[in-house]
Design a protein. Structure first.
Length: 672
């Protein structure tokens, strides 16, 4: 760790100590910073400061105090996490410490979110994930495959849904704003006879399409309408046994226009998700816990594309994913210092779709079988975690990944931690068997059944200081990925002979049936990349109602094969915020800024996009009987891509610009 960074930490802590000694009487009026409990770092509930890997967490209250409706905006304010803005209808992915969406596992209540990511460039569209139903969002950074399996090379995003805490509780939220945005939410929860808990959430979201280039008939963000629903139930038979059930889903429809080689085309798309989970919890002794889960999820999409300038026939495509999972876990407390955990998992994943995969609607399927084990031991101020996973894939055979973590609590305020873990990701069904001929643009993408799994390794170390009024932390990280999978432009075969030669070069079977006279993209393993850097983040209670937050991330991301920096990564990224709370008057207000340096679009050509900063403001006022009025302005400075001001406008980021929102919330609680 750099000497200046450590010196800054020491100076910060001493400044707080001196200030506290001089104003001890006044400080008693300032509430201490909250301790945050997380589960994603080790699959057991622990203090955020006790996790061997860095875990970021955002609570329901913090999410409400932004006015945000979608998960991508919430993640954008986390250190080391990058998401692109744009409208809610654009596709929202994420990077964690420079590792892209394809290598990041997205969970809801610890179970994978489906979305046919193998056909969607590896992205689970987080703009489809509403935050209103969530109690907390956690992001665990670094390879997490030892605990969570495939895809967790760069980290894990875990959305934790709400549970009722009162005998009867509920609420209604309605807001509207720019671009015809309407967001409505209705939820109710109950605890019946202290045994049965129920929670339901129903939502509606919509926004109109928009354009960035004046006079252009093409839309950047499409017109969209979405309906969401969540239902949870849990029955506690006795102190030792409980059964739970969860159903979740959404239906989304969007329409938009864009240019193609055949002229202006109009597209319409419908997609929906349904997930069902049954959970059994058994506590045979005070030191032993077992859990078993059955999970089924489905994703369905159909789309049409029609030319508005020629009599070309309507093009239709469909895509379906079916995912099933059975798992069982156990935890045993040994003495007062050791916890042993382990589990077994079985999954089955099926993709099918016309003009999407080889065999079309007959589909392709894989199964996996996993076993994982973790031992967590504590002695006085030291906690050591050792674990690993054995993974078996029906196409690629076995793999094993370890993890190790150490947390040393120097004092009650100072904590040092370090971790190492490996990750793996088998090529998904899209990368192996993709066969897509774009109906509007003359290109095609075909899979490669000869791909090898991606392998990752993550190192991180850091130090944190937490006092009564202040918290500050520094962490250093490095992530290596071998056999990274990407697409390559393989050319445009004009003759049958050229097409056969292309297929033979990449050993692609003839069953893929590629077309002539189309630019052809093929998946391949590109070798090795790394991302490395450091993060600094903290918060300070300035007065009883005023707190400051900040974060900065430095990132170096490189393709070790070419020596070029990776595209779509910001070398410098920062966040700052100032929060005001007056409980007596029922007032909440904040101003938040996110900042990004230039980033590469094409490393080989050296083309770059301009850096930018975005400021948001939010305010709310409590009224009697549980009513709250709120309003927000996103991108108050109207930051947009600078290329839009060129004589021939263009853009690299789809930010619409300044957006306004206002609404009302009503909530009620009936205690015992």
């Amino acid at each position: 760790m750099n000497a200046w960074v450590l010196g800054a930490l020491l100076l910060f802590a001493q400044t707080e100590k001196d200030a506290g000694s001089k104003t001890a009487e006044r400080e008693t009026d300032i509430p201490p910073l909250k301790q945050v409990m997380v589960v994603t770092g080790s699959r057991v509930e622990e203090l955020q400061t006790d996790s061997a890997i860095k875990v970021e967490a955002v609570s329901r209250e913090q999410m409400q105090q932004t006015g945000y409706e979608r998960l991508t905006d919430v993640l954008a304010e986390m250190p080391g996490v990058m998401t692109r803005r744009g409208s809610t209808a654009t596709v929202g992915g994420e990077q964690i410490q420079g590792i892209d969406s394809r290598q990041v596992l997205v969970l809801q209540d610890g179970l994978p979110v489906v979305g046919a990511r193998g056909i969607k460039s590896g992205v689970i569209n987080l703009n489809r994930q509403s935050v209103g139903r969530l109690q907390q969002v956690e992001v665990a950074k670094g390879a997490g495959s030892a605990l969570f399996g495939t895809d967790a090379i760069g980290g894990v995003v875990n959305m934790i849904t709400r549970d009722p805490v009162e005998k009867l509780e509920g609420g209604v939220s309605f807001s509207g704003g720019s671009l015809g945005a309407i967001d409505g939410r209705y939820d109710i929860g109950a605890i019946v006879a202290k045994r049965l808990s129920l929670f339901a959430d129903v939502e509606h979201h919509q926004m109109d399409s928009y354009r960035l280039i004046p006079g252009s008939p093409a839309t950047v963000g499409p017109d969209w309408r979405r309906y969401d629903g969540l239902f949870k139930a849990r029955y506690q038979f006795n102190d030792r046994f409980a059964l739970g059930f969860r159903a979740n889903g959404y239906h989304n429809r969007e329409t938009g226009r864009n240019f193609s080689e055949t002229g202006l085309v109009e597209g319409a798309s419908n997609d929906s998700i349904q997930t069902y989970a049954a959970i059994a919890d058994w506590i045979p002794t005070a030191r032993t816990v077992f859990q078993a889960r059955a999970y089924a999820a489905r994703y369905d999409e159909n789309s049409t594309t029609a030319s508005l300038q020629s009599p070309a026939p309507l093009a239709f495509a469909n895509l379906n994913q079916r995912y099933h999972r059975l798992d069982a876990t156990g935890s045993q407390q040994i003495g007062s210092w050791n916890t042993l955990q382990g589990g077994v998992e079985w999954t089955q994943d099926l993709y099918r779709g016309a003009n999407r995969l080889v065999a079309d609607n007959a589909g392709r399927q894989v199964t996996t079988n996993d076993f994982w084990l973790q031992d967590r031991a504590s002695w006085k101020r030291v906690t050591v975690t050792l674990g690993g996973r054995i993974h078996h894939h029906s196409l690629f055979g076995g793999a094993a990944v370890p993890k190790v973590g150490v947390v040393y609590r120097i004092t009650d305020s100072w904590v040092v931690r370090g971790s190492f873990g490996k990750g793996f990701r088998a090529p998904d069904l899209g990368q192996l068997y993709f066969r897509f001929a774009n109906p509007a643009n003359f290109y095609q993408v075909i899979g490669n059944p000869n791909l090898q799994p991606e392998l990752g390794a993550s190192w991180s170390t850091g130090v944190m200081y937490r006092g009564r009024r202040a918290r500050v932390g520094v962490s250093v990280f490095r992530n290596n990925v071998r056999n990274l999978i990407d697409t390559r432009n393989a050319g445009t075969p004009r003759t049958t002979e050229a097409l056969l030669a292309l297929m033979a070069q990449f050993q692609i079977p003839q069953t893929f049936e590629p077309l002539l006279n189309r630019q052809t993209f093929i998946y391949f393993n590109i070798g090795r990349i790394h991302t490395q850097g450091f993060e600094i983040d903290g918060e300070l209670a300035l007065t009883r109602g005023l707190r400051a937050r900040w974060a900065y991330t430095f990132l170096d991301a490189e393709d070790e094969f070419t020596g070029l920096r990776l595209a779509q990564r910001h070398r410098h990224q920062g966040f700052t915020g100032l929060d005001y709370l007056n409980t007596r008057l029922g007032l909440i207000a904040n101003v938040r800024g996110s900042f990004y340096s230039n980033w590469l679009l094409n490393p080989a050509a050296g083309t770059r996009a301009f850096g930018y900063g975005v400021w948001d403001v939010y305010g709310s006022k409590d009224l009697p009987r549980g009513v709250q009025l709120f309003a927000s302005i996103d991108n108050i400075g109207n930051s947009r891509d600078r290329k839009l001001a060129n004589p021939t406008p263009s853009f690299d980021r789809p930010d619409y610009g300044r957006m306004f929102r206002g609404g009302i919330r009503w909530s009620f609680k009936r205690k015992e």
